[in-house]
Ligand binder design. Structure first.
Ligand code: GDG
Length: 507
């Protein structure tokens, strides 16, 4: 249900800031415009909290050159930030998706560095910071999300020193040797410093960040605290720590238990000619996901006769993504050429090798796919977390199925009982696939039980509660500390270890 906000100029105790809103503005074929929920994991994790705390969500509505007034949607206040077509080209497709994304994912694709993109990133981040400042109540908690908005924390703190600010990075933070390529490497670090708590997916990401802090600002860090003192300023503590994101696991299990979804899973298998084994890949069509490596391994196994299309089908869902960015257009061509070749070489009149689908599906269908799959292939070359791996596990309520998981996905830190692979090692990947296909049921069940325990315990609610508890802690500390932050260029960052120890001892 959508209604205009009753009180213009309203402010909120809890504000979430992300590039995209949890609702998309869509214009239908008839020219009529409407708002559609985009039920991502983040919305699911934060929705109950937004409702109970009188929260607002600040973000872009997904359409260029349109301005909207704030409105209410299903008990949430929505505060749209307008972006022009130019902003989208430079801030979003350019700096976010063609500079930061490849740089933060181990330069799997070469990042482009254009000053005009950076300028746009700065000005759009300022617009988000201004919008968040305008709707935040006195002493509110603001939670900023992801790599598109890394300058917002400090911009916001300069506008509103009273706020408690959290930042969560959904993608990896790269090792210093890679991060240091960024011409604006110092500005980004300084942009993040306005936050009280900076969350990462993996312990390694937080460590990479702390190292970049030491190298670029000369500060000493004491895990997880970066306690800094600017010249003539009181001490300020920033926490940089891993808070691995998760899914609403119970809702996946609930869907998986529904008879009509189970019937649909059987129908999917029938449609594939009922092979002994269905393997599944579900990814945004992105070069970080290692789809090509997976296809190569499968193609070689068929060529060597270790697998046959009568027995095994690979079902690959490739959700369209960033289709205006050149690297993504090239990737699509490459993947579809490979799929075509493998099918051309190995499919029979009755059995296809790869059932390939370049589109997105409703959530029910996703769960039916998870249920239909004996083996789930997650072969990311680098991934912040990979929620698909967790969704597969949450859906397998009968403890069957095998998850093959790249050690370069954040999920590998938690899902130890998956069959872990290095996707660059094609021979190793091939052996893992064969092992998964042949895995006895007892071993599958042993592994799946352990995976499910982890995913059901550490779900999205636990993730957001843990992060917000760390923020509440920071807020408590801030009430006793003056936390004004001057423009960082004027600062001489120093650390006084004796003061760190004293404060820790004093609690
Ligand atoms: C970024 C980071 C991190 C996919 N296709 C369909 C569909 N999906 C859903 C999946 C899953 C989500 O999209 C994808 O999440 P991932 O984690 O796998 O990957 P990214 O999109 O790259 O996400 C990643 C994540 O942020 C969260 O912090 O884990 O590392 O890169 O939930 O189910 N959903 C539906 N239809 C589809 O066709 N309904």
């Amino acid at each position: 249900m959508i209604a205009p906000i009753s009180a213009p100029g309203a402010t909120y105790e809890f504000v979430v800031v992300s590039n995209r809103l949890p609702v998309d503005h869509v214009i239908g074929a008839d020219g009529e415009s409407s708002w559609q929920r985009s039920p991502g994991g983040l919305v699911t994790a934060l929705e109950p909290l937004m409702r109970s705390t009188d929260g607002a969500w600040v973000g872009w509505a997904g359409q260029p050159d349109l301005e909207f007034e704030p409105f209410e949607s299903d008990g949430m206040s929505i505060v749209p930030v307008p972006l022009t077509a130019n902003d989208i080209e430079n801030y979003y497709e350019g700096f976010s998706n063609d500079t930061l994304w490849p740089l933060y994912h181990d330069v799997i694709a070469p990042p482009s560095f254009y000053r005009v993109w950076w300028d746009s990133y700065v000005s759009v981040n300022k617009r988000f910071a201004d919008a968040a400042a305008a709707v935040s109540a006195q002493n509110a908690v603001v939670w900023v999300h992801d790599y598109q908005l890394q300058l917002v924390p400090t911009m916001l703190r300069e506008l509103r020193p009273d706020l408690t600010i959290g930042f969560f990075n959904h993608i990896p933070f790269p090792p210093y040797g890679i991060y240091s390529q960024l011409p604006w490497r110092r500005q980004i670090i300084e942009g993040l410093f306005g936050a009280d708590v900076i969350g990462f997916q993996r312990v390694q990401d937080a460590a990479n960040f702390s190292r970049a802090v030491r190298r670029l600002t000369g500060m000493t860090t004491r895990n997880p605290v970066i306690e800094v003192r600017a010249k003539n300023q009181p001490m300020r503590r920033v926490i940089a720590k891993a808070f691995p994101i998760s899914i609403d696991a119970a809702s996946f299990e609930e869907l998986a238990r529904q008879p009509h979804i189970q019937a649909r899973a059987r129908e999917i298998r029938d449609g594939l000619g009922n092979p002994k084994t269905v393997m599944l890949g579900v990814d945004r069509l992105d070069y970080t996901k290692g789809i090509g490596h997976r296809l190569q391994a499968f193609g070689e196994l068929l060529a060597e006769g270790r697998l046959s299309v009568e027995d095994v089908t690979l079902l690959q869902v490739a959700n369209p993504s960033r289709e205006r960015v050149k690297a993504y257009m090239d990737l699509r061509d490459e993947i579809e050429l490979t799929v075509g070749r493998i099918n051309g070489d190995f499919a029979t009149m009755s059995h296809t090798a790869i059932s390939y689908h370049h589109r997105g599906y409703p959530r029910d269908e996703m769960v039916a796919l998870y249920l239909a799959a004996d083996v789930m292939l997650v072969t990311a070359l680098r991934d912040g977390m990979n929620l698909v791996a967790k969704e597969y596990v949450a859906s397998r309520f009968d403890d069957t199925g095998v998850l093959i998981l790249s050690e370069f996905a954040g999920a590998a830190d938690e899902l130890h009982r998956a069959v872990l692979v290095n996707p660059h090692d094609i021979d190793g990947l091939k052996d893992a696939i064969v092992r998964a296909i042949e895995m006895p049921h007892r071993e599958q069940a042993r592994r799946m039980r352990s995976l499910r325990k982890r995913v059901l315990e550490y779900d999205a609610a636990r993730w957001s509660t843990t992060f917000l508890a760390a923020l509440a802690d920071a807020r408590q500390r801030r009430s006793t500390l003056d936390s004004r932050l001057d423009p960082i260029d004027d600062l001489e960052w120093t650390i006084d270890r004796r003061t760190v120890n004293r404060r820790t001892a004093d609690g």
